[in-house]
Design a protein around this ligand. Structure first.
Ligand SMILES: [Zn+2]
Length: 371
């Protein structure tokens, strides 16, 4: 095991921050797995699971059981982690710009396609190597003006070469759910079963360039650009939502870390007998069919449904009570499905997101993720 501290040049004179990168196994060995926690810096379940995973990997590495190379960054966003206002953590958006730390990653496909024009053929392994090298070169020249830009470029440079990327997040109040690209519908099942995921959301493009797709989507898009070439989906990237922000306790964190180790055994990154797979708790559904529930008025939020509840179409999810008049406004879902996340806020303003239902009846287009 080796720990590397990558210097993140600060925007302020004399100030320094660094990114701690833990490396296990054999440098350069495959599969290369990249795991990061708390890119949204106030989402501590991901940080806790990454830390516990690193502890387990340290022991496995000593036993010589790490076959590939596994890179773990438990604190992916030291900039966001330092953002506190009057004692409250604000880790989702960069306070300097208002930009979400998990949006706005470089969309590399155009530049990769230019660089790879005429070079990709019938040899899948050769193409994989060419695409990885082109990604390395393109990421190195991504323009980065601010410290946050440099952090994003650094994180992407760590993830892009990997065969598997797990970006560990959480929602406000939620059950375990996963996001990945639609072509990984079959492959995501193992991770979903091990973590007990209750929703798996698929899209070919979620919109606004989240981190996981910056690493994985170029492969899919290069297939469209070069239909005659044998292009593998060289990076299986997943955004893992480990329940809600308050769901940090020793037993849950240990179970999540054990599930991640079991997944890495299944992926061939750790040597060992294949762990049993629990029964799946859901089938993947389109992210476009995830129904956002929003408040149409302001008031006190009284929930009538909790994360994990299976809802009928038209079910009552919440009542918003006007504290001045007493008027009550119902919030109902249109589609049948699983309420996989809801807001921890108990006072809403118009337009505020109150919950998300993984269904199959609604069809959205455009930008599919929460702001
Ligand atoms: Zn997040």
């Amino acid at each position: 095991m080796a720990v590397e501290f990558i210097d993140l040049q600060s925007d302020l004179p004399g100030a320094r921050q660094s990114l701690a990168v833990h490396r296990f196994g054999v440098p350069g060995a495959r599969p290369l797995v990249y795991v990061q926690g708390a890119l949204h810096a106030d989402e501590i379940p991901g940080m806790a699971a990454a830390r516990a995973l690193a502890d387990r990997l340290e022991a496995l590495d000593r036993q010589g059981r790490v076959r590939g190379e596994i890179v773990v960054v438990p604190v992916a966003n030291p900039i966001g982690l330092g953002q506190r206002i009057h004692g409250h953590a604000h880790g989702r958006f960069d306070l300097a710009t208002g930009v979400n730390f998990n949006r706005g990653y470089a969309a590399l496909t155009d530049r990769l396609a230019q660089r790879l024009e005429g070079r990709l053929g019938a040899d899948e392994d050769a193409n994989r190597a060419l695409i990885r090298e082109a990604m390395r070169l393109e990421i190195a020249v991504i323009e980065a003006v601010s410290a946050t830009d440099r952090l994003k470029r650094t994180l992407l440079s760590l993830a892009a070469p990997a065969d598997v990327v797990l970006d560990l997040h959480c929602d406000s109040e939620a059950v375990v759910h996963l996001y990945t690209l639609t072509p990984f519908a079959d492959r995501i099942g193992t991770l979903g079963r091990l973590l007990g995921a209750q929703a798996i959301l698929l899209a070919v493009e979620s919109g606004d360039e989240p981190f996981d797709e910056a690493a994985s989507r170029p492969w899919l898009e290069l297939r469209d650009r070069f239909p005659g070439a044998a292009i593998p989906l060289g990076c299986f990237a997943v955004t893992v939502e480990l329940r809600g922000q308050q769901d940090v306790d020793a037993a849950t964190v240990a179970a999540d870390a054990d599930a991640l180790v079991a997944f890495l055994v299944h992926e061939g990154a750790i040597e060992g007998a294949l762990p049993d797979l629990p029964d799946g708790r859901c089938e993947p559904t389109p992210l476009a069919a995830s129904e956002p529930l929003t408040a149409s008025t302001s008031g006190i939020v009284m929930f009538h449904a909790a994360p994990g509840d299976r809802l009928e179409a038209g079910a009552l999810v919440a009542v918003i009570v006007d504290p001045v008049t007493g008027a009550q406004t119902e919030v109902r879902c249109q589609s049948a499905g699983l309420l996989y996340a809801r807001s921890a806020a108990r006072f809403a303003v118009p337009g505020q997101r109150l919950g998300k239902v993984a269904g199959s009846a609604v069809t959205r287009s455009g930008k599919l993720l929460s702001p």
